[in-house]
Design a protein around this ligand. Sequence first.
Ligand SMILES: Cc1cn([C@H]2C[C@H](O)[C@@H](COP(=O)(O)OP(=O)(O)OP(=O)(O)O)O2)c(=O)[nH]c1=O
Length: 194
Amino acid sequence: MTADARLVLASASPRRRELLARLGVPFEVVVSGVDESSTVATDAPGLTAELAERKARAVAALRPDRIILGSDTVIDLDGRVLGKPESPDHALAMLRDLRGRTHRVVTAVFVLDPATDTSHAGVATTMVTMRDVSDAELTAYIATGEPMDAAGAYTIQGGAAAFVIGVEGDLDTVIGLPTALVRTLLAATTDHRH
Ligand SMILES: Cc1cn([C@H]2C[C@H](O)[C@@H](COP(=O)(O)OP(=O)(O)OP(=O)(O)O)O2)c(=O)[nH]c1=O
């Protein structure tokens, strides 16, 4: 993460920072401050794509000479979209709905080159299956505070690893940044500049 990096990650998420760092490309972090409550799209791919683009465009206004990467993650449970919980009670309701079932984790990525107003975007999906976790386990997990900052009220890389019995797709899509997709989109953006 160097100050003179050409790439800017438009995200406050430490998980996204860690995942992007794995690609070995230097980058700077600028938080978008986008209000995620006002969206037009209602389906998971459309919603995440819309928010990833808005995060990137908000930061492009601050760093017009850089390449900007925005991203967003939600859960799709049989067509119902779950974002971050608003309260511990909301987290409990979400986890009760998720237990014993399979859901999709959808993460969109939007890479923008403001200098040429070109963009490359994509959406990645991973299926996650949770076992039938007891209320006592869910309550203890929520008490750790960990679920409050994650879509669907769980972090697969944290305490909720014990709830997950199946993953179909890339784990980094669940944690918030599909690195294979990011690599492809960054390569397309760089190609465009030459
Ligand atoms: C399902 C799941 C989500 N998450 C995280 C990824 C995302 O950071 C978060 C979903 O919220 P987002 O709104 O996508 O992202 P964010 O608010 O954390 O960061 P920013 O908008 O600034 O980029 O949930 C996990 O870390 N582990 C998981 O298992």
